[in-house]
Design a protein around this ligand. Structure first.
Ligand SMILES: [Zn+2]
Length: 346
C-alpha cells in the first residue's frame, strides 16, 4: 500500500483519485532525484490495476495479485546477456513488465517488444503496466519507437517512464505524457522511517537522513562508519581553522582531500563541510542546539562556535558555496581548497 512508501503524498492521492475516476493517463513520466521512490510508486500503481481486493482505492497488498507484483529484479548487463535486455522483463505477474538499459542505453528492440506487449489484452489485471526504467537512456531509435506507441496508445496498457533527467527525453515524448514530479523526502520523515522500519539508532538515522538529501535509496546504502570518519576529518578542519588557527595542518588536509584517490569525493566533502559550518553558525547565532543536523556531535560544534562568531561562520558558508560553484567552471580544486581553508583561519 502507498502508506508503506515514504513521501510524496500528493502524488499518491492524485494517482488514487485518477484511478477511481478511470482517468489514469496512458503514459506518464515519474521524474525526480534518484532514490525518492519513483519506481516503487510505479509498481504500486500496477498493483492498483491488478488487486482483487482494493481498499479505499488502494491495492490491498495481500491478495494473490498484490503479492506477485513488486520491483522486478534485473540481472547486471554483461557482454553475454544482451538478448535478455532486448525484451521486456516480467516478474511473477504477467501484466507488469519493465524495460531497462543494457549498459548505457535502452535497446530499441526492448521498446519494440514493449510496443507489441502493450497491444495484448491483460491476462488478469484491469490494465497492463509497463515501466521504462531510466527512460532518459533511450537513444534516438528507441525514443522514436516509443513515440509510435505513445501516438496510438493501447486502451488497456499504461506506460510509466521513470527518470531523474526528464529534460533528456525528447520534447515530443514529454508532451504526450503526464509528468509527476517527485520531491525529496523530508529529513524528519526519513529519520523516523530509518528508526522505525530499519532499526537504526537515533544518531545513525539523523546522520543518514541529513546527508542523503531526501533520497531513501541513498540513506539505505550509506557506509555510515566511513561517513563518520570523513566527518571527523572535517570537524578537525573547523577546529584547526577557528580554534587553533593551524595553517600548516589545514594545508595538509587540503592536500589530502585533493589526492587522486579522494578527488571524486571533494564535492561531497564540501557539501558536508557546509552542513557542519551551518550547524556551528546556528549554535553561534541562537545559542541553542535546536534544528542542527549533526546533533550527535553538538558538543564539538559548540566548541567551534565559541572559538569564533556568527559573522565569520556566515562568511565561511559563502566561501564554501563560492568554491562549489567554481568547481562547475573548472577552478583549480587544490588552489581553491587551500584558499578556502586559509580564509576560514584568517
Ligand atoms: Zn491486492
Amino acid at each position: 500500500m502507498f502508506k508503506d512508501i515514504l513521501g510524496n503524498d500528493a502524488i499518491k492521492a492524485s494517482l488514487i483519485r485518477l484511478n477511481a475516476g478511470g482517468r489514469v493517463p496512458n503514459a506518464m513520466i515519474f521524474s525526480g532525484a534518484d532514490g525518492v521512490g519513483k519506481k516503487l510508486f510505479a509498481f504500486e500503481l500496477a498493483r492498483i490495476f491488478a488487486c482483487s481486493e482494493l481498499v479505499n482505492g488502494e491495492a490491498c497488498g495481500a491478495c494473490s495479485a498484490c503479492r506477485r507484483i513488486g520491483p522486478i529484479e534485473l540481472p547486471e548487463s554483461t557482454d553475454k546477456n544482451k538478448d535478455k535486455f532486448a525484451r521486456v522483463f516480467f516478474g511473477e505477474h504477467l501484466d507488469v513488465g519493465m524495460a531497462a538499459a543494457y549498459k548505457r542505453f535502452i535497446l530499441v528492440d526492448a521498446i519494440r517488444d514493449l510496443e507489441a506487449q502493450s497491444r495484448y489484452k491483460p491476462y488478469e489485471a484491469r490494465a497492463r503496466t509497463f515501466v521504462v526504467d531510466d527512460a532518459d537512456r533511450m537513444n534516438d531509435a528507441a525514443s522514436n519507437a516509443l513515440l509510435k506507441t505513445l501516438e496510438e496508445p493501447a486502451e488497456t496498457s499504461r506506460i510509466v517512464l521513470v527518470t531523474s533527467r526528464p529534460a533528456a527525453l525528447l520534447p515530443t515524448i514529454r508532451s504526450r505524457c503526464q509528468t509527476f514530479r517527485f520531491a525529496p523526502v523530508g529529513r524528519g520523515e526519513l529519520e523516523r522511517y530509518l528508526i522505525e522500519k530499519r532499526s537504526l539508532d537515533t544518531a545513525d538515522a539523523g546522520l543518514a537522513a541529513s546527508v542523503s538529501e531526501g533520497s531513501v535509496g541513498t540513506a539505505l546504502t550509506l557506509d555510515l562508519p566511513d561517513l563518520r570518519e570523513r566527518r571527523l576529518r572535517l570537524v578537525n578542519v573547523l577546529k584547526a581553522a577557528f580554534e587553533a588557527r593551524d595553517v600548516v595542518g589545514l594545508l595538509r588536509t587540503s592536500e589530502l582531500l585533493n589526492e587522486a584517490k579522494n578527488k571524486d569525493n571533494l564535492e561531497a566533502e564540501l557539501k558536508m563541510l557546509l552542513t557542519l559550518v551551518r550547524d556551528a553558525w546556528l549554535i553561534a547565532a541562537t545559542g541553542t542546539h535546536e534544528n542542527i543536523v549533526h546533533a550527535d556531535i553538538a558538543a564539538d560544534l559548540s566548541a567551534i562556535a565559541s572559538g569564533t562568531d556568527a559573522r565569520c561562520l556566515a562568511r565561511a558558508m559563502d566561501e564554501i558555496e563560492t568554491l562549489r560553484a567554481g568547481f562547475a567552471v573548472n577552478v583549480n580544486r587544490k588552489v581553491g581548497t587551500d584558499n578556502l581553508f586559509l580564509k576560514m583561519a584568517a
